[in-house]
Design a protein around this ligand. Structure first.
Ligand SMILES: Cc1ncc(CN)c(N)n1
Length: 234
């Protein structure tokens, strides 16, 4: 069995939970509360900044140009293309994209970002791939299912979001899967167990990201310092 098939077996139930999550189902139905959309974009803008940094750290773990190009292509994709789905959500929320940038992360997304950057910094090339892999895999899965189930056209409020993830470059992630399968062929058992854990935790954090976006779940108290300033520290 390929290592990636084992990853799938470990996490299929979490992919299913992501699919059933009200945020994803709301995208399919074309109905999401404005607060959910706003919360999602605020969090995701910062999350994708962290993803760019994690992929840049990935470059420092490479010994071949092919691997460097793989990371470079994703950085380019996130920076230059992955703004499209955000614009779609902002249009539906009736809020300017610029207004939703620069916010402090809520607890679950903060955890996801710190988790990703920590393991990318201290880990191997395989660790960087494993800790960032849930991101495209979950979205490609959700996007493809939405494409099939909803068959959206231009009249669907989230047509761009669905088509972006169901139909486009998230397929680049197969390069990461193939590379991790290749690395797994010679990796120690202990390292493979760590990759499985990192991937499984990534899937759980993807689920929490959808769940918290739907409920616009933030810190329990206002992030205000004693002088009255608002803390936007990330
Ligand atoms: C949290 C999260 N995970 C995944 C993706 C899709 N790249 C995203 N935009 N945001």
């Amino acid at each position: 069995m390929k290592f990636s098939e084992l990853l799938w077996q470990d996490t299929e139930h979490i992919f299913e939970a992501c699919w059933e999550n009200p945020f994803v189902q709301g995208i399919g139905k074309g109905e999401l509360p404005k607060a959910s959309l706003v919360h999602y974009v605020k969090q995701d803008f910062e999350y994708l900044n962290a993803m760019i940094k994690a992929k840049a750290i990935g470059v420092t773990k490479c010994t071949s140009r092919e691997d460097m190009i793989m990371f470079k292509d994703t950085i380019d994709f996130v920076l230059n293309s992955e703004t499209h789905p955000h614009h779609n959500l902002c249009e539906q929320a009736g809020v300017a994209y610029e207004e939703l940038q620069g916010y402090a992360l809520a607890p679950a997304s903060q955890h996801y970002v710190l988790h990703m950057l920590h393991h990318a910094e201290k880990g191997t090339l395989g660790d960087v791939i494993a800790v960032t892999l849930a991101c495209p895999w979950v979205y490609l899965n959700v996007g493809e299912r939405l494409m099939k189930e909803v068959e959206p056209d231009g009249s669907h409020p989230f047509n761009d979001w669905i088509r972006f993830y169901g139909d486009r470059e998230e397929r680049e992630m197969y390069k990461y899967i193939d590379r991790l399968d290749e690395l797994a062929e010679t990796a120690a058992e202990e390292e493979k167990q760590r990759w499985r854990t990192l991937f499984m935790e990534g899937c759980q954090l993807e689920y929490m990201f959808f769940e918290d976006a739907y409920h616009a779940k933030d810190w329990p108290f206002a992030r205000t310092l004693t002088g009255g300033e608002k803390s936007n520290a990330k």
